[in-house]
Design a protein around this ligand. Sequence first.
Ligand code: SF4
Length: 616
Amino acid sequence: MNAEARGIEMEIAGGYTKKILNIDLTRRKSVVTETSDEFALKYIGGRGWGAKIVLDNLIKHPDLKPFDPENVVVIAPGPLSGLYLPASGKTSFISISPATGIYGDSSMGGLFGVELRLAGYDALTIRGRANLPSIIRIDDGDIEIASASGYVGKTCSDTERDVKEDLGDIETRVAVIGPAGENLVKFACVNTEWSRNAGRTGMGALFGSKNVKAIAVRGSQDIPVHDMDALSDASERAFSYLKSHELFEFWQQQGLMSVIDYMNNAGVMPTHNFNDAHFDGADTINGETMLKYKIGDTSCFCCPMACGNICLVKDGKYAGTVTEGPEYETACMFGSNVGVSDFPAILRANMLCDDLGIDTISTGNLIAVLIDGYEQGIVKRSDLDGMTLKWGDPDSVLAMVEKIAHRDGIGDIVAEGTHGLIKRFPDLKRLISHAKGLEMTAYDARIGVTMALGYGTSDIGAHHTRAWPLAKEIELGADWTLEERVDLVIYHQTVRPLFDCLGVCRLPWIELGLDEHIYAEMFAAATGVPFTLDDLFLRSNDIYDLTRTINVMLGVGRKDDYPSDRVFDTTIKTGPHAGESLSREYYEEALAMYYKKRGWDENGIPAGVAVTDDRG
Ligand code: SF4
């Protein structure tokens, strides 16, 4: 029996609450809907449920634009979220993205999604628009939409603290937006617990467009589990594996900052706006340097890996800066990519972005584009409100972060993201690293077709959350076939989003090699549905077709499945890959093979999808 048939026939005996809380802000109403077992198992949860709800909404509103009240934001943990197993605190935010205009999602760790499950809900949908800044309060079955006027303009950390104080309950879990979200900055985040963010694709701007400043959740219910003994057994094995791993302590110490040296030595770390991929000052922004400022660890729900590094700057120009982070992406975007080798300044940028509620990747990426554009005479001083930009000048970078979040002067243009920046300065197009309008994360795609293909075919744009085949690319060099490369990208695009469906963090698998089969075991123990990993993969693959369908309905086609031209047209200047760029012909070959393997036609359209609306 295949997984499709099993999903229809099987009955769920745990894991899911099977309830979705739907809030309509315009009508100030909420309604709880029960999901069928078929729906639950077909779309798994988290990102899968969200994608299906977003697709159904788009069919109802085919002319939908991201900031329309009709756009739905889905917040969905997953069937493993909140259960006793490693790193089970993830929740996804899913919608049509204001940053790209197409399908978007982003996941956050912490405790917010877990609390939503304890309140009795597998997902929350938000539609409509409140007439005033509002806070949604969920206390099990009690739902209230209240005024948030007292929190308007406040930073994320202040808002969360004040909401908890006002509710008199420090255990309430709160998701908030900062000034950037209120100002509809297209790459604003939703933030929780000071530093955990649904960072990419502008979910914070969608909160702002709906006049939602915060959501406060409190739950007191149990999450049903089919076979607690089997779940505990699998969990204990997973915990033991992680804790006995030779890199476990190193990971706890450095978290994702450990990646800086690896990426720089491999020659793939974006430097000076992706012009280069090797930074001479890497030892000033790496994990060892971070340890000089580290004062503690933080962790998401039930995670022994505790990858969050709390850092404090005790003296100097940025004294008083305290932040959780940075991790690799942030250190690179506010370090090598803008030429800054001043670690306290990077910490300050991290703190500012978290407080203002703005994505560190898009922000750092676009500030580097501005610096590059200024150096090349495309952007003038008069365009920059009289500011001067140059590589390695942290103060102008920090000032630009504030301007973007507050939409002040030039910041108002950058706040529109890649699409807006190109509209105002068409010549910047050749300097921006992105795919589908989402700014590229911190991995140079010129060294291998797999990374470029991963960015180009990602359903949300240039983010490695869907595929990160770089390690294999570095390891194997020229020593593997194109077919093996394309297969790896598709495998990544299947396994990695599965974690966002299940509601768990993928880092135990990525960083410490936890066997992915154990997640199928946990799923079966929790739900009573004996899906194998292949069954789950089949569904994850179908969900990839589903998000592609959404994108095709929004005008996406082959023309959009490329990283920026600069990946093909420019060469890396220094480091182990000096002189390299990616062959466009090779990429075309890879893309054609990718479509064929996915069962999409030569324009990247999945079978059965009618293209009726070319919105470009
Ligand atoms: S590995 Fe890090 S991001 Fe993932 S759940 Fe653990 S603490 Fe959170």
